[in-house]
Write a protein that binds this ligand. Sequence first.
Ligand SMILES: Cc1cc2nc3c(=O)[nH]c(=O)nc-3n(C[C@H](O)[C@H](O)[C@H](O)COP(=O)(O)OP(=O)(O)OC[C@H]3O[C@@H](n4cnc5c(N)ncnc54)[C@H](O)[C@@H]3O)c2cc1C
Ligand code: FES
Ligand code: FES
Length: 1333
Amino acid sequence: MGDNTRLVFFVNGRKVVEENADPEWTLLYYLRNKLGLCGTKLGCAEGGCGACTVMVSKIDRISRQISHLAVNACLAPVCSVHGQAVTTVEGIGSSRGRLSAVQERLAKSHGSQCGFCTPGIVMSMYALLRATPTPDPHQLEVAFQGNLCRCTGYRPILEGFRTFLEGHECARLATPPSDGACAKGDQCCRRLGNATTNDVTAKLVQPHHFAPYDPSQEPIFPPELQLDDALDVHSVTFKGARVTWHRPTRLEELLTLKQQHPDARIVVGNTEVGVEVKFKNCHYPVLIQPSLVPELTQVEVLAGQGVRFGAAATLSQVEVALKRQQAERPEAETRVFKAITDMLHWFAGKQIRNVAALGGNIMTGSPISDLNPIFLAAGCELEVASASKGRRRVRMDGSFFTGYRKNVVAPDEILLSVLVPFTRANQHFVAFKQAKRRDDDIAIVNAAFNLTLDQNKKVESLQVAFGGMAPTTILAAKTSAALQGREWNDQTLEAALDLLVSEIPLHPGAPGGMIQFRRSLTLSFFYKFYLTVQQTLGSVPEEALSATRQFQSLPIKSAQYYEVVPEDQQLHDLVGRNVTHLSGIKQATGEAVYCDDIPKVAGELYLALVLSTKAHANLRKVDPSAALALEGVHAFFSAQDLSPEVNKHGAIIHDEEIFVSKTVTSQGQVIGAVVAEDQLIAQRAAKLVKVEYEELTPVIITIDDAIRENSFFEQFKPRLTKNDFGAALQKAEHQLSGEVHMGGQDHFYLETHCTFALPKEEELEIYCSTQNPAEIQKLVAHMVGVPLNRVTCRVKRIGGGFGGKESRGVLVALPVALAAHKLRRPVRCMLDRDEDMVATGGRNPFRGRYQVGFDSQGRIHACKMTMFNNAGCSVDLSCSVMDRAVFHMENAYNIPNIETEGFVCKTNLPSNTAFRGFGGPQAMFLAENYVEDVATFLGKDPAEVRRLNLYQDGDVTHYNQQLDNCTLQRCWDECEQKSDYANRRKQVNKFNRENRWKKRGLSMLPTKFGIAFTTKFLNQSGALVHIYHDGSVLISHGGTEMGQGLHTKMVQVASRALGVPEVDVYVSETSTDKVPNTSPTAASAGSDLNGMAIIDACEVLLKRLEPYRAANPKGKWKEWVSAAYFNRVSLSATGFHATPDIGFDWKTKTGKAFNYFTYGAACAEVEVDCLTGDHQVIQTDIVMDLGESINPALDIGQIEGAFVQGYGMFTLEEVVYSPQGTLYSRGPGMYKVPGFADVPAEFNVSLLRGAPNPRAVYSSKAVGEPPLFLAASVFFAIKNAVASARADSGLKGAFRLDSPATAAKIRMACQDRFTQKFPEPEPGTFTPWNVTP
Ligand SMILES: Cc1cc2nc3c(=O)[nH]c(=O)nc-3n(C[C@H](O)[C@H](O)[C@H](O)COP(=O)(O)OP(=O)(O)OC[C@H]3O[C@@H](n4cnc5c(N)ncnc54)[C@H](O)[C@@H]3O)c2cc1C
Ligand code: FES
Ligand code: FES
């Protein structure tokens, strides 16, 4: 084959030559499947999570400059890196050789928990350092805009990487002073005397132990690419089976190609095309990459006009060029430039901006494009060209976009360039964007305003552009025309607002929903623009100024307080020490193996699922013939392959089918599975399976629907009472009632569900990303009709679980195991992110109705709570979730009279399931709502009411459990003192008096979380401990490692249990053939249960070794072990633990529900933008009682991670369904989990000291779930801020705010004269785009 059809690039310094490059392969696919480089992970395939980040380096042949860019390998077509150098996480360091400083610092800073995000985060940092060896804080912040982590809460990552900042590096290298201050000496926060940081017991991280960072040691750009331009100057063509890729190097060539293939896509970043192909089923047979055509990449400054960008200029290049202009030119000339660079900060993440082009944004014409409103308002001039008609100029005005994603550029034309104009002194240009999340999110509504005033401050011209308000970006031309010639004053403002209301309508059922919010935003933005202009003219009242201030990132501060181990603790005893996650280094180097990283084996096949696309329907026909006809497809499995009895499964009751046989009861149910040679064929074939449905009614989606249709799982209605609620309510001085809703949550573990099954003789070996290997083993054995001893389920580690992999793993595991069993071939499947989100369910949404009776002090005497949860189409674990909810409906308050019950709603949604907290957070949220209502009613600070009602030691719950060693009050008091609550309350009130459009809120609340499985038999665990004759110890236990550091803690426990130095203790994996009949790793009980079982086994072994120790008291461990071995003593033992004295009997309402409780308190302060609903968390202080922590660093990591996950649940994460049960939020694009920028600016965590827990391993306490609820402090701080805004509008008293408190809900709750212009339409007069499940 010729040179121009051969793909050549470098990976980690090695040259890769691919003779048969397929343009459909992404770089990620190539790295993982062709090169076996599995360090780079697949988290979403849509550029939204950063798990796939690699560094791409290339040389500019003109400037000779080498650029190093972080890039999403999941979107980059492999063909696009021809002639470039790719660096993956494997290429920068390894645990077996030299570690990169980035890898080392991340791991040692406790910045890797499950580790699935870690390689991507490492590579974002690495690319930043290669481009900028001493970055500033802003560059650090920007580098991670495109990376997500679901485990850590980001703080440790940021802190680890801050050591690379200018200044930190040299300070770090100096020897640390003895007083515990860091090497910054007098500049260290400890010496600066900050009250909150003075009593930090010790540092979690020792930066002076880090190896120095030396940029000169990094691998060089491949000399071959540097010296020889052959790969750049020639045009190339790569032909695949279905797609051809052209990379021309001259404009004529490009135009000819476009003429020959008018339907061809011009691909630069592939950030639109890639998503269309992967998720929207688009097929583009011809792709053309114009990145080396000079006319499309040039950046020119045109005197008196502006800056002209070639259409293929990337957004990062645009940013650099426009920032340079802003630095060099008078401010008045560069106002459009500033609007663009400001906007680019909020445009996607760095990885996307590094590759995505200006032209791609314009030509895609998305109605929520961030740049098009600016270009439209600025009237940018475009140059387009075609082979037949040559070049022409087009102005971006109201006629440019002709329909949804359509514009006036003809199919055979290409966009050549964009001219962004200079501004003049009397011109004002401002742009706004409101998204769900500030960083890396698409806009809900955006706007750009371009105003020129004459000398008399009269409107000479005005362009107002909006995105997100119509199928295209639009200009409000009528409003502009009507304002022409008017003076820029309050009357003009009012006229403009009324004009906009009528000019920018939005149908109540318009796509995207949030109608009132979006319409209000148009006015909010105009008002902000009005004030911004007024401000430059010098006439804005002081209190209104807050409207113009935009949120900026605040400098990050944090402190961690915990108890250090006593000085006399033996060195080998690791309990209480900050041992870093034992897989941390492997995770940071990409060596850690997750299920889908297991190397391919001979004969392996791939499986793809066929999922239902209707929520309630009979299957008329399932026709796999087209799929089976595809080359490379081996089989199709469906309900016909299993008997009805065998086809059934379920976590508690068997009410689900492996393959739906007759009726689908939700979207995302598994109808069949296609097995093929590889993933691409299997997924393509699965789409060819024809399913005909007969739709059924009713389609029940929401809790309201379920209540209306009386659709409940009748057998599960937990009910508890304490004393006499009715009588107490009647007697109470005051009564109130209320209702509130809490939405669901997707787990969004970074690693989606994955299974790999290997048939072996009569056995099946299953590798599965599950929290519950024993359950997978049981269900697989049942399905294939063998005893449990023929099926082994193994779990090395999972990339996050959070409850989502407790029971739902079977959806993938069972079809994969069936295929492997039937075909006698190894079979693998990893769900795509959208499949995972559509099929596997999430946290149960909850609705609570409450009635409370209380006195004038705020003491609550009576409470009735009726709860409904949305279980979805099957029971799964939703009944146990409801059990836990009724146990937690009083949160941390001693209410003497209680009546509570729960209803589990049966709906046509995917089955909801376990999620960190398991119904506890939902119920506690409901509890805090009635506490808030009581406080509002009495005009008291909610913190006062909370303090008054707190449980005390010895109090008894509504399920008759006495609280022993209750440290709630201590947590509360310490949190109150550490957060300086009283003073900050005054400051917040002062701020709110002085500001009309920004409000602050402060909230402090407690938590009490019951530790134990509420199903009694699950409170058991096993362990197997081997001592090999070299003295090394291998531990197996029943728990799975999903990032929480369970294996690390278990090694720490063993180090104490064995009580001897120099023991090498290792945990390899969790496997059902090592420890049988295990419980899921859930209920926060992993360490408690398995730690006790390990101690049990260690004690057996120590007893066996005792004679050899006694015989040789001065000997060493290895000598005793060896002596025992030669004396034929068994050095292997099992351990077992069953939590004593536990189990609540629902019939008699007796017995102990929980082993003990984990307590905590948190205080949060937020600032809210009342005009947009945006908010920022200013500070969070947490105090938690974790007993005597086994590992404070890991425990603090769990607290921070849980808090940030809870923060997402309470503010950002919205599971969006259509009224027909279609999940819209099926990827990181639509579903926003917290990002790096969402961490509280100041984040302080304390572990309560002197509180040993007698009921768990080495006096510790469980930590996984309890801290999550503390994020409700942010929710109620927001509510507190909103209340202040409402008060300014004359609205007093309690109001309902459902969770999550999204920007839309916050804005609409801050009612004012703008929102009042958009009354809610009559329900029933329209079909809404989405419903709240
Ligand atoms: C994770 C993620 C986040 C994103 N965030 C944002 C965001 O915050 N704001 C926002 O506005 N957008 C966002 N986008 C959308 C996208 O990144 C932008 O629209 C980007 O500018 C597209 O550029 P590209 O080079 O990647 O386009 P490509 O996918 O390469 O091409 C897009 C389309 O434009 C056409 N095209 C490209 N160049 C030309 C040309 N010269 N002549 C004719 N046609 C051409 C192509 O044929 C194709 O149809 C996001 C996308 C992703 C995946
Ligand atoms: S996998 Fe590429 S960004 Fe998520
Ligand atoms: S450690 Fe980041 S996703 Fe798990």
